[in-house]
Design a protein around this ligand. Structure first.
Ligand code: FAD
Length: 376
């Protein structure tokens, strides 16, 4: 079976990898657009404490986080890969004892095996694990919290897809549809024929699907995110820091610390670092961790989260052979690898690991809810 995947963010790259493993003839097309969400994502993997009230979404989110060990095993079959993945834990931090007690109760109520041990930490213990932390903050530590580097993740998935025979093309794709069936895709006027096409074009999906009569209701939500470096400091084992609200701090190896992020709905595809965006992420990070004040600012990334009421995973109604995956919002680095596997199973006719009915593109809703509320 010949299958085209349009979009090589985490979702498309994962679909391509899982498809190529089955022996399908896979072509991946990506336009390398500015603002690709996967290239900007922070990389927090800690779905269990999400504030969403959408039960189907919450299940998918947790299953996504819990899919990582299987994914890493599968990727290693195609050669060693480095996703920047590390289960260094996550700390929910607060200076308010009542809030910490509530957070601990909430975590214990939702406890899942993959969440690991839940431990209440006092100020000194919390600062031992994350030295730049503000004085007076306590924490609830979740041992199963992890981080991943979105760029390395997508690159590893693509490398493994190519290992299994997938072909990668750079270029801007449009859909080729004949009557009510997808016939393939076109890049720069060149047609590539296929039996099935998966559109995994993130926030840009509407530009592909609207011309053939399907509106996804996915919109871009701009996120600006700062990268800092603490020279000579060993940060590999530091946990992800989750204060109340939507900001966070994510430590990586070699002193790199990521401080995020803005959530700018309505900014469209305006690919810019703004003064207000930069000020917001830095001041929020320093409020929680003043010890980062001496860090070097090394870069700010901008990404467009594909925001939808709920993820879309399934067949596009009215066009045979055309599937889409989208709307992973603020949770796509967590859900993306599993969602790619689910799409691969769908198009090859395999029984999926999860029932995709709640995410059927034909059922899309217009109000932003699930994905918007995903990360607390
Ligand atoms: P994208 O990564 O945007 O990929 C879409 C791809 O399609 C792009 O590569 C683009 O070039 C390509 N494309 C589009 N149109 C065409 C076309 N016509 N032809 C060819 N190619 C095309 N998630 C988490 O789980 N944890 C986090 O901590 C986290 N933090 C985030 C922080 C920020 C600042 C942002 C922006 C996002 C964050 N996310 C996080 C969310 C996550 O990054 C996204 O949900 C996820 O990366 C979306 O992946 P995608 O593959 O759907 O889209």
């Amino acid at each position: 079976m010949r299958i085209i995947v349009i979009g090589a963010g985490v979702l498309g790259a994962s679909a391509a990898f899982h498809l190529a493993r089955t022996g399908a003839e896979v072509s991946v097309i990506d336009a390398n657009l500015d603002g690709r969400a996967t290239a900007a994502g922070a990389g927090i993997l800690c779905p269990w404490i999400s504030a969403t009230e959408d039960v189907s979404f919450h299940r998918l989110y947790c299953a996504g986080g819990e899919y990582y060990p299987d994914l890493i095993t599968a990727l290693n079959d195609a050669g060693p890969s480095d996703l920047g993945y590390r289960q260094a834990g996550a700390m929910l931090v607060s200076g308010d004892a009542e809030e910490l007690a509530w957070l601990e109760r909430m975590a214990r109520r939702r406890a899942a095996a993959a969440m690991g041990r839940i431990t209440r930490l006092g100020e000194a213990q919390a600062r031992t694990l994350f030295p730049p932390l503000h004085q007076g903050l306590g924490a609830v530590h979740l041992a199963g919290g992890a981080r991943v580097d979105g760029r390395r993740l997508a690159a590893s998935l693509l490398r493994a897809a190519e290992f299994h025979g997938a072909k990668l093309s750079r270029g801007h794709a449009t859909l080729a549809v004949e009557a009510d069936r997808v016939a393939g895709a076109e890049i720069d006027g060149r047609r590539i024929r296929a039996d099935r096409v998966i559109v995994a074009a993130g926030a840009w999906a509407d530009k592909l699907l609207r011309p053939i009569g399907f509106a996804t209701a996915v919109e871009p939500q701009r996120g600006q995110i700062a990268h800092l470096r603490l020279d000579g400091v060993k940060t590999s084992d530091w946990p992800v820091i989750l204060p109340p609200g939507s900001h966070y701090i994510v430590p990586f190896d070699a002193g790199r610390i990521v401080a995020g992020a803005t959530r700018e709905t309505g900014a469209g595809f305006d690919y810019r670092i703004t003064a207000a965006g930069q000020a917001e992420v830095l001041s929020e990070a320093l409020r929680i961790a003043p010890g980062l004040g001496t860090a070097t600012t090394i870069e700010t990334r901008v990404g467009f989260r594909p925001l939808a009421a709920r993820p879309l995973l399934g067949w596009v109604p009215g066009i045979q052979g055309l599937a889409t995956g989208n709307g992973l919002g603020a949770a796509g680095l967590t859900i993306g690898p599993l969602a790619g596997r689910l799409l691969a199973d769908l198009v090859t006719g395999e029984a999926g690991l999860i029932d995709l009915t709640p995410f059927d593109p034909a059922r899309r809703e217009r109000s932003a809810f699930g994905a918007l509320a995903a990360l607390r």
